[in-house]
Design a protein around this ligand. Sequence first.
Ligand SMILES: [Zn+2]
Length: 302
Amino acid sequence: MTGARPGWFSVREAGPGVYLIAEPGHVNSYLVVGEDVALLYDTGMGIRNIGDEVQALTSLPLLVVNSHHHYDHRGGNASLLGLAKEFAAHADGAELHAAPAPREWLEAYAHAAHVMRRRYEGLCALDTHHGFHLTDSRVEVRPVPELADWRIEAVRPTRLLREGDTLDLGGRRLQVLHTPGHSPDGICLWEADTGLLLAGDTLISGTFFAHVPGADVTAFADSTARLAELPVTTALLGHNLRHRESRGFVADVAAAFAAVRDGRTSPVRATDMFGEAALRHDFDGFAVLTPPTPLEDADAAA
Ligand SMILES: [Zn+2]
């Protein structure tokens, strides 16, 4: 790639009054701008100051909504303490937000980020040597900066959300959908007027984490089946370089989770990006990780 090195964030419009604030390869956060209030759905890794990106886009009062309590979606909360009017999260996650990220998690993530960047450079080599043109600066997985001082501090939610709550931004209204499965406190935001769905980690254009503590495959199947009923025009996703999908993808994911739940798949043993053991169920364009069964564990130990 040529030209000036891009910054840590990659910002672009993702729809009318909607901005993707991506940390490419890591987390996708979104700013939705109403007439009276701007809503930031997730705050990313906390590796660089997301508040600078928000302030470049809007001067409206800011409502932060975290899709769920996982560290990588609330890493920027602490940096927004002087900027955001409110921090909202699902009521089931109130206590879960009270924990800062442990040093071991930060170190494991930093290691995974270096591995991701190295593998991305292989993709760049395909572009350079074979002219595939798969990538550009908008989706470039950035070189990993020095992370010795990286912290993710806890910020208590100031507003607890529940299923059916409406967030009125002035001229646009988003409805809270409680979508457990990846985590017990997962929420999507649904704008019925436009068919916009902010999906967090409930829809992923890559590997669904249904194997982590707090995940539940049956709940995941229920939540994705529910999303598949909605007349979605644009689903905006919480991770990966493919940040947007349409209604057909939501239906494919719901069908996939039903198949996993009902034992109609043939998973293989795998590890996640942190090296944790899991079973991987492969589908066209995405995969689902579930916990290794006790039998599999015994096999692995033998
Ligand atoms: Zn998550």
